[in-house]
Design a protein around this ligand. Sequence first.
Ligand code: IMP
Length: 193
Amino acid sequence: MRKLVFATNNNHKLKELMQILPSEFELLSLNDIGCTDEIPETGPTLEVNAAQKSFYIWDKYGINCFADDTGLEIEALGNEPGVFSARYAGEEKSTVANKQKVLENMKNESNRKARFRCVISLIIDGKEKQFEGIVDGQILTENHGEAGFGYDPIFIPDGFSLSFAEMSADDKNKISHRGRAVMKLVEYLKDIK
Ligand code: IMP
């Protein structure tokens, strides 16, 4: 089995990824490789942040790895919160406060168009490749559902009547930004293995 580190501390994402990645890959977490560092993500774009995280692991541990960075881009807010999605309402990175800020900023807005955009930076033997996944949808006016994480309860993907937080993990994975980026990653990995 090929070892591949997913440079994230987010257990929701790890679980999602384990369901998607083919069995010939052994997915390792930061915990598994003994990395407890606060990996910097200080870039101005999702692309720069994803690469910053993956190169941090490659440079320090020399293990093939990938990192992702996701932003919720809301049209009426000039694509905010975007790269600031995790800390939209402040450095304490509160999911509740972040969602509340979005709902507040969108209170009188009729254009509810939004998208999640995910960028994955993969490093194999020191060479980087990026994959992008996008899901278009709408921002709801209040929370719907308990599943998932982050902005899931206030995002409804186009063509569906359930929010991301009302879907099963399986259903979300099939259409989500990260699911789509990961599918591209997996196709690529199959080709080079
Ligand atoms: P990250 O950079 O990928 O960790 O994501 C940045 C922010 O976007 C975090 O605050 C997450 O809550 C949010 N986010 C990322 N992926 C998702 C998702 O699949 N659903 C809802 N929110 C997400």
